[in-house]
Write a protein that binds this ligand. Structure first.
Ligand code: HEC
Ligand code: HEC
Length: 254
């Protein structure tokens, strides 16, 4: 009888210890203080995320604002939000929202908070270096980038994949089983031909890029930008497809 009790006591102690030691691991983000929490409500109520991203989530119409507080500072942001059209004339313009003083205060507290969390979690994610990417010295520092043959569509597509304006690599890894925001694209050339009956791999990839909402990979959200057909030239899209078509399951990507 007392043996059973001892057993339970030891179990209880062990699980308490486990919880205490795991707590910092389970809660990487600090709890949100009141002002940022209210600011997040304003952010959502005013539809800021319809045009802007934070940590990559939201609309792709306007700049990502994860680090904006650190980059611009509170004074600048206050003036910008009061009269966005006075800034960056000739670019895409942001509408005025007629925010109240306290809405602005809380929004700025939220943006500051967002940037602080991001500093700890290294947003934006860096492109993952794939095996065979070349130029990696033992120390992990890139010492020599391989020369790129720009007459080769596959090589051009590889660049489109990892560079602005698309930076597909922000959301897609080329390592098998590494999920960032979207699925890993390792082996996608092999999968693509089997996704939709009657649709070739190339056709599926093209639709996935220019109309990502048409087919949603099970288990993922429909968050891929819908404007790649506008921001990329048709040559860039063809190059991207040529590159993705090299990512077969048998061959290591890279
Ligand atoms: C209809 C689309 C749209 C919505 C909604 C929107 N913005 Fe913007 N925002 C833009 C565009 C476009 C720009 C870039 C224009 C510029 O920099 O002048 C921008 C730029 C910004 C900038 C950066 C200014 C700079 O100089 O770097 C901040 C900060 C910002 N928006 C905050 C907000 C906040 C906060 C909200 C919600 C209250 C919001 N935006 C809602 C379109 C939008
Ligand atoms: C903001 C994050 C994000 C970016 C940037 C992004 N994607 Fe995606 N992508 C996703 C998500 C999430 C899915 C899964 C949901 C879906 O099917 O739309 C996806 C799905 C895909 C698929 C379908 C994969 C499959 O297994 O069927 C392809 C192909 C693809 N993306 C290619 C690209 C290319 C090429 C780019 C750059 C031009 C790109 N993506 C940029 C998030 C992103």
């Amino acid at each position: 009888m007392s043996g059973t009790r001892l057993f339970f006591a030891v179990c209880l102690l062990l699980s308490a210890l486990l919880i205490v030691t795991q707590l910092p691991v389970l809660q990487p983000m600090k709890a949100m203080p009141p002002a940022p929490a209210v600011g997040m409500g304003v952010w959502q109520a005013r539809g800021c995320e319809g045009c802007h991203t934070l940590w990559g989530q939201g609309g792709a119409f306007a700049p990502d604002l994860t680090q904006i507080y650190e980059q611009r500072g509170g004074d600048y942001l206050r003036e910008f939000l009061a009269n966005p059209q006075a800034f960056h004339v000739g670019q895409r313009q942001m509408p005025s929202f007629g925010l109240t003083r306290s809405e602005t205060d809380n929004l700025l507290a939220f943006l500051q908070w967002a940037g602080e969390q991001a500093a700890g979690s290294a947003w934006p994610p860096q492109a993952i270096v794939v095996s065979g990417g070349g130029g990696l010295s033992g120390s992990g520092v890139v010492d020599a980038l391989p020369a790129v043959d720009l007459s080769d569509p596959v090589e051009r597509g590889r660049l489109v994949f990892s560079q602005p304006p698309a930076i597909c690599s922000t959301c897609h890894s080329l390592e098998a089983d590494v999920t960032i925001v979207g699925p890993s694209l390792a082996g996608v050339a092999t999968r693509a031909g089997e996704r939709i009956p009657g649709e070739s791999a190339e056709e599926y990839l093209r639709i996935s890029i220019i109309k990502p909402g048409v087919y949603i990979v099970p288990g993922f959200e429909d968050v891929m930008q819908k404007n790649f057909g506008d921001v990329l030239t048709s040559e860039q899209i063809n190059d991207l497809i040529a590159f993705l078509m090299t990512l077969t399951s048998e061959v290591e990507p890279g």
